[in-house]
Design a protein around this ligand. Sequence first.
Ligand code: KG4
Ligand code: ZN
Length: 334
Amino acid sequence: MKVLGIETSCDETAIAVYESKVGIIAQNIYSQVDLHTQYGGVVPELASRDHVRKCMPLILQTLDECSLTLKDLDGIAYTSGPGLMGALLVGATIGRSLAWTLDIPAIGVHHMEAHLLAPLLEDRAPSLPFVALLVSGGHTLLVLVEEFSSYKLLGESLDDAAGEAFDKTAKLLGLPYPGGPQIAKLATKGRAGKFEFPRPMTDSFSLDFSFSGLKTAVQVQMQKLRTVDEQVKADIAYAFETAVVDTLFQKCSWALEHTGCSNLILAGGVAANLRLREKLQSLTADVIFPSFSLCTDNGSMIAYAGHERLVRGEVEPLHIHTKSRWSLQDLELH
Ligand code: KG4
Ligand code: ZN
């Protein structure tokens, strides 16, 4: 079965083709980062319009790269939520319309489920069950993945997501969007012990997260300083990154203890953070870090998650539905 995956939930148009038993046979990603950088964050309307421009040409280019045409496809998977409504609708409309004209099934995929399953695309795939730390720009979740489509939410962010905290703190430091990689880069020049920020919600056992206070702590610290030169900025970036990494480490450690699980996998854009990866290595669990391209938004994870549902016979009615908010707990096999 050959499944086309379409991801348009935020600021990346990403396309891939997954073939049963073979794996991903082609993939492409077009990032809108340059479009949004000047505004300091994603502008939803601009994102939707750019997906309209890029989606179809990228589908054709991707098929061409694996010597297929639309007629060779057996199914289409598209992200149907959570994400930006207008952006989601572009991928959903193209995916559903193509499937209708080709007379093949289409399936809407949960973006977070796709992130959770992405590590299974690696050569060294984790064995089930595993605890997943999903840290992206919009979500921070700790999930127990027992089997396909059986996800137990262990904890989540009560306010800002980890990636959002990186992005907002980067803005305070005058760094461009997206802030995570920028802070990580600047932090390599930072000195330890110059600043100290809180590790939110780590005083007593809790698997939930709260990062908005951390960003405020950085803001208050900056207001206290008379001059904030490049070295001071680097020291702040270092202290901030350390606080986030320590917090995520503590929660992962608790989650593994709480579930008795010995496998931890990382997913989502913040999982690209090198200091987080380094710190989590010290856990006694088997920690699996997917490649960078599988951590951040991509079409492969959508094609794969859709394939797994389609091969189980899941079908969807013809109407197009997308959800800007969608709890993993509400996900079931139809
Ligand atoms: O999963 P993702 O690509 O998109 C969604 O949010 O769905 O995650 C993007 C987030 C952004 O907030 C970005 O700043 C953050 O991941 N990020 C990082 C790093 N690379 C990307 N945060 C910290 N360190 C990084 N190296
Ligand atoms: Zn994502």
